[in-house]
Every structure is written in C-alpha cells, then in structure tokens.
Design a protein around this ligand. Structure first.
Ligand code: PLP
Length: 402
C-alpha cells in the first residue's frame, strides 16, 4: 500500500465534494495538522460541529469509557447512556420527549414526518402543507432538501415531495398570507446558516408562533447549526424567547461524533407511535455517551458566557481588519456563528478567500459565494483567535492584491 494522497479522492470518491488540496491528519483543541505537519487554526469547527475543539480530553474519556462497555444494541433494547442524555435534554429545554437519530437531515426528516402525522391524525389528510423559507437549508434527504429553499439543490431530483411552499425569510407578511388551516407545519432556522448567516427578526419568530397557534400548525425550529451553545445560549430559541413545538438538533450535539435529535412536547410526541418511524443507529450507546459529555460541558454558565466573550473578540478583530481593508459590508451573526458579507467589489470571492486562508494556516467556511463564515470551538483561546485573525488578514491581502 502506497502513501495516501489527495489524488486518491479524485480516484475513488464520488465527486460531490471538492475538498482542499491538503489532508488533515490530527487535531487538538483549535489546532489541526495536515500530512506535511503544517498547522492550521480551526475557525471552521468541522462546520459548526467541533464545539469543544478536537480531542477534548473529557469527551475522549467518555468515548473510550463507553467503547469498553457497549457500542450498539439496536432499538429492541434501550440503554443507559441514551436515557441519561434524553433526561438531560428534557431538563434543559422546553421538551418533554426526545427522538434520536444520526444527523441534521434525519432530525428534520423526523420533524416534518411528525408534523404530517400529527395533522393527519388530528385533522385529516387535507392538512398537509408545509411552509418553509427561501434560502433555508434543512439537509439533503429528498424531503428536507425540498423543504430547503435553494432550488439548485433539489430541482434535479424531481419529482419532489409536494405541498411545500417557500416565502422570503424575514417576510412575516408573506408567511401570514400563505399559512392557513391546510398548513401542518412551519419550519424555520432562527439564524439561516448555510443561507448566509442571516438572523431571524424577533418579530418573524414570534409572528410564526402566533400563526401556528392560530392555525394548529406545528412550529419547527431547525437548530441543527444554531444549537448546543453556538449562539451563546443552549438553544437559540432561548435568546429569542419564542418556544417551538419541535426543535431539531445535531452538528455540535456530538462534538464530532454523529448524532441528531428532535425535541418536542408530549402533545406532539404522541403522533409518532410505535412503528411509525425508526432508525437503526439512532440513540446508540456510544453516540449518546459522547453527546451526554458534550452537553454537560457546554450547558454551563462559564462556557455559554464564554461564547459571548469570544463573539466580541471576533467582532472587534474583524472590524479592525475591515477598517484597514474595507472588504466587508456587514459583520453579523450571534455567539460563535459569524458571517462577514463581502462588499460588491469582492462579490463571489468567498471561496478564493477561504482557500487563501488555508494557505496562510487558518480554516474558515463560506456561506454562499459572498459570505465568509466562522464557526470555531466554543472554548477557543484568545491567543488562537488573535493568531487566526492575523493569518486571515494576511489571506485577505493576497486576494486584494490579485
Ligand atoms: C447542517 C444542517 C443541516 C443538515 O445536517 P446534516 O447533519 O448534514 O444532515 C440541517 N439544517 C441546518 C440548519 C444545518 O446547518
């Protein structure tokens, strides 16, 4: 067996991703190293997943401890870690009940199926319409990609599941015009992540809450990206003060180990009766033990207030960079989900900038062609933030010079 190289990706992997030219091989805290030993400061966090950085000692210990006991048993049996995790999520949120799966798309799939089934059972088959938002991202299964508001991701897979209407984000009047007695669910991200790091106006979420109450529709918050401390509260709905009926969570929940979940109240949980939905891996002991540790570390006043403090380090640093180079028209987001909108002069350059950033030794994300996105570890050190921003500024200079 020869050396593994990036060329092997093109040789053997179905080409739906186009990964960076280097291959990361190790991570610790907010640092990542590639095959050549080059180091990177990680402002990408595995796309808002590695909320405690890489190889967090306590999370690693939880993984190893559970790996010694029981990895998987199947849903014909329950297990201790999943019950402990469910209780922790219920105690920490509006929810009475939890369903576990393995990803964000699966969580949203379950949320949408729950809403359809609840409406079928309670009101009949005519109540089946789903209201969603343009530019939203809810995952890549056929149902969730259809609920997502980026037709470029769904149109080639037609025929798509029906009954889904999209309206402009933050346009409460448009939502109001379409929500009716036939609406079974409204699905919304409190901050559109992939769509450009665009926060919902508080009036949008409160208005949707009122409309869902008025028309007996299930209000689903997709907190796959905003959840588990990312915005500075355990879930973003807590900052908005608007409580959904169903909340989907994944990404940071496992800190890098795949797990997803929906949280809901007893009223709606009843719709998913025995046999109505399922999963093989969902709620397995290994993922649950890891998520339990991640949750218990993040859901503390120190970590959550630390997210707000780190938000300010980023905003201050990015503002200073922008004063020098004038590349951003907006720096927005909440907690450690930050978006920098490029000015018209740099439209379409987000990917070129993150590529240059990697060359300078800092990993960053894009959110569409015109937005740089940062989603680092929630416990990243101040030194790593400053050094990462210095490297990022050097990358900007390179792109400006071209
Ligand atoms: C990432 C994401 C998803 C999809 O999660 P997967 O784990 O990739 O299936 C869904 N919704 C939002 C808001 C996301 O950011």
């Amino acid at each position: 067996m020869g050396q593994i190289t990036r060329h092997d990706f093109d040789e053997y992997i179905i080409p739906m991703f186009s990964p960076a030219p280097f291959i990361p091989v190790k991570g610790e805290g907010s640092m990542v190293w590639d095959q050549t030993g080059k180091s990177y400061i990680d402002f990408a966090g595995g796309i808002a997943v590695n909320a405690l950085g890489h190889a967090h000692p306590a999370v690693k210990a939880a993984l190893i401890e559970q790996a010694d006991k029981l990895w998987h048993i199947g849903n014909g049996y329950t297990n201790e870690p999943v019950l402990a995790l469910a209780k922790k999520l219920v105690d920490a949120t509006f929810a009475d009940k939890v369903f576990f799966c393995n990803s964000g798309a699966e969580a949203n799939e379950a949320a949408l199926k729950l809403a359809r089934k609840y409406a079928h059972d309670a009101f009949g088959a005519d109540k089946n319409e789903i209201v969603a938002f343009q530019n939203a991202f809810h995952g890549r299964t056929l149902f969730t990609v259809s609920a997502g508001g980026q037709p470029k991701y769904s149109k080639d897979f037609a025929p798509l599941p029906g009954g889904i209407h999209h309206v402009a984000y933050n346009d409460l009047a448009a939502a109001k015009a379409i929500i009716s007695d036939k609406t079974c669910a409204v699905i919304v991200e409190p901050i559109q992540g992939e769509g450009g790091v665009i926060p919902a106006d508080p009036q949008l979420l409160q208005g949707l809450r009122d409309l869902c109450d008025q028309f007996n529709a299930v209000l689903i918050f997709d907190e796959v990206q905003t959840g588990v401390g990312r915005t500075g509260s355990l879930y973003s709905y807590m900052q908005y003060g608007v409580v959904p009926d169903v909340l989907s969570t994944a990404k940071a929940l496992g800190g890098g180990f795949p797990i997803g979940a929906i949280l809901t109240t007893d009223k709606f949980a009843k719709a998913l009766s025995v046999g109505s939905h399922g999963t093989t891996y969902g709620g397995n002991p290994l993922a649950s033990a890891v998520a339990d540790k991640v949750l218990s570390i993040i859901n503390t006043p120190e970590v959550l207030s630390g997210v707000q403090e780190r938000h300010q380090w980023f905003v201050d640093g990015l503002t200073a960079i922008n004063q020098q180079y004038d590349v951003f028209s907006d720096i927005r987001g909440a907690g450690l989900l930050l978006g920098c909108q490029l000015t018209a002069a740099y439209a379409g350059q987000a990917k070129a900038i993150t590529n240059a950033a990697a060359e300078e030794g800092v990993l960053a994300l894009i959110a569409g062609p015109d937005v740089i996105r940062f989603a680092p570890s929630l416990i990243i050190s101040e030194a790593d933030v400053q050094e990462g921003l210095t490297r990022f500024a050097r990358a900007l200079v390179r792109v400006i010079k071209r």
